[in-house]
Design a protein around this ligand. Structure first.
Ligand SMILES: Cc1cc2nc3c(=O)[nH]c(=O)nc-3n(C[C@H](O)[C@H](O)[C@H](O)COP(=O)(O)O)c2cc1C
Length: 205
């Protein structure tokens, strides 16, 4: 059986992006759990603002295909004005290209949510991502990672120096792999499995 494929989408245009570093660490956690991982950053995608008036650019088509081919996703955006960055939201808007697929959009895909925030409003960005995930038919996993006061956890060049944060991010990556395995095996995801639940997760229902 092929391994789980986890795709990370990073939402900062900054070269020394802390949210990109956080995403890479979470993907390392997914890879340590046996997943194939790929990191896509809005900085590299260089997408135009979404419009239906022109043919989709190749970068948007590649993004949509790569996301659709994944078993699970990890999203990581900087917190901008109490929500996600505009470039991150724009990348997700291009996923309207998945509307006519069967199943559509991000159906049956678990999504791990990360933000880095200069202050303490990161949970607002995570909640924004949760709204978007649901509208795209995805399943956000209960463990989320809003990293507050990012200047304390990261060096100015964007390297993560806080091992406690790194450990939680790796756990989030592993959690996405665990949920993706359940979706593939059962077509659903069951958080009632106490034996495997990661510490710190909040069960649903
Ligand atoms: C336009 C802009 C808006 C921001 N808004 C907020 C905010 O509302 N709350 C907050 O805690 N930090 C805010 N910040 C700080 C960023 O969240 C913080 O620097 C973040 O770690 C940047 O992520 P990056 O390194 O991946 O670019 C803002 C930064 C910018 C540039």
């Amino acid at each position: 059986m092929r391994s789980m494929r986890v795709v990370g989408l990073g939402g900062s245009l900054r070269a020394e992006s802390t949210s990109r570093t956080a995403l890479q660490v979470a993907l390392d956690g997914a890879a340590a759990d046996g997943a194939e991982v790929e990191l896509i950053s809005v900085r590299d995608l260089d997408l135009p603002l979404y419009t239906a008036e022109h043919a989709p650019p190749p970068a948007a088509l590649r993004l949509a295909d790569t996301v659709y081919g994944s078993d699970g996703l990890i999203w990581s955006s900087p917190t901008y004005h109490g929500s996600v960055s505009g470039s991150f939201k724009n990348a997700l808007d291009w996923l309207i290209l998945l509307a006519e697929r069967d199943p559509p959009y991000l159906a049956n895909k678990p999504i791990g949510l990360i933000t880095t925030a200069g202050g303490v409003q990161g949970l607002q960005a995570v909640n924004s991502m949760d709204f978007i995930a649901r509208s795209l038919r995805g399943w956000s996993v209960p463990l989320v990672m809003p990293v507050p006061q990012s200047w304390q956890s990261f060096d100015p060049d964007g390297h993560l120096k806080d091992e406690a944060v790194a450990s939680q991010l790796r756990r989030l990556g592993a959690e996405v792999v665990r949920a993706a395995r359940q979706f593939r095996a059962k077509g659903t995801c069951d958080y009632a499995d106490d034996a495997q639940r990661s510490p710190g997760t909040i069960p649903r229902g």
